[in-house]
Design a protein. Structure first.
Length: 247
């Protein structure tokens, strides 16, 4: 397929949501059950909001799995690979599903859970819980970037893993831990080196330069932070094109 068609993307989305409706329904009910049960047990709507916050951060793993389920499942693999949709159109749907549909689904489920807990609440009010979840948490851009880092990394793992997803996720977790440990060690060594050279003119100039360009440094850090999910999504698209969705 040489041309990109939004209509084919829409048709593929309709097919995907129709064929996967039971899987998505199970995920949504699970996302709803945890905050409702614990909120009713604690008689506090704010507890439901707090649990919904944790779900929003990490439910991208489950949504990424559902997004690629038909490609990996033996019963649907052949049919899904024969659909008249290009790799770019397929990935456009994946991006929409994780970057738009997933956050909106989390917001709707969180609001519903708070409303369901409200009649049993003896502590927080609906307004307080909604304010905690939406204004202080969900609508923060940094939270959205973190959510997309988890979702995009999960999508990449689901597309790149040949056989066992569990092994792939374990390797990814080990890799992240190794990176954090390595970065922490490097940071400590750098701090020690700077401390040893504290009186040197070079260090004084470097610190002064950083302080003078604090706003520029801040924007560079933000740019790197925001680029992480973009890089993961780009890698996922590259894997999707190269692997031809054959496991």
């Amino acid at each position: 397929m040489k041309s990109f068609s939004i209509r084919r993307v829409a048709h593929y989305a309709r097919y995907h949501y129709t064929s996967m409706r039971n899987n998505y329904l199970g995920v949504l009910l699970t996302m709803l059950a945890f905050p409702v049960v614990f909120g009713i047990m604690d008689k506090d709507t704010c507890v439901a909001a707090e649990i919904s916050m944790s779900i929003y951060l990490f439910a991208g793993i489950a949504f990424a799995l559902r997004t690629t389920w038909a490609m990996r499942n033996k019963g649907t693999l052949v049919l899904d690979s024969a659909l008249p949709v290009s790799k770019g159109e397929r990935f456009t749907f994946m991006l929409f599903n994780l970057a738009v549909a997933y956050p909106l689904a989390c917001f709707a489920v969180a609001a519903l859970s708070i409303l369901l807990v409200a009649p049993f609440s003896m502590e927080g009010t609906i307004a307080e819980a909604m304010n905690d979840y939406f204004l202080r948490f969900a609508f923060e851009w940094a939270v959205y970037v973190i959510v997309q880092i988890v979702a995009s990394a999960s999508l990449l793992i689901n597309l790149a893993a040949r056989r066992s997803l569990i092994v792939a996720y374990i390797c990814a977790i080990v890799g992240v831990i190794a990176f954090i440990v390595g970065a922490s060690y490097a940071g400590v060594q750098l701090a020690n080196a700077l401390y040893d050279m504290e009186s040197s003119e070079w260090v004084d100039l470097m610190v002064a330069d950083i302080e003078a360009n604090a706003e520029l440094v801040r924007w560079i850090i933000i740019a790197i932070f925001v680029s992480i999910p973009i890089v993961f999504y780009a890698l996922a698209y590259s894997v999707l094109r190269r692997r031809q969705v054959k496991w």
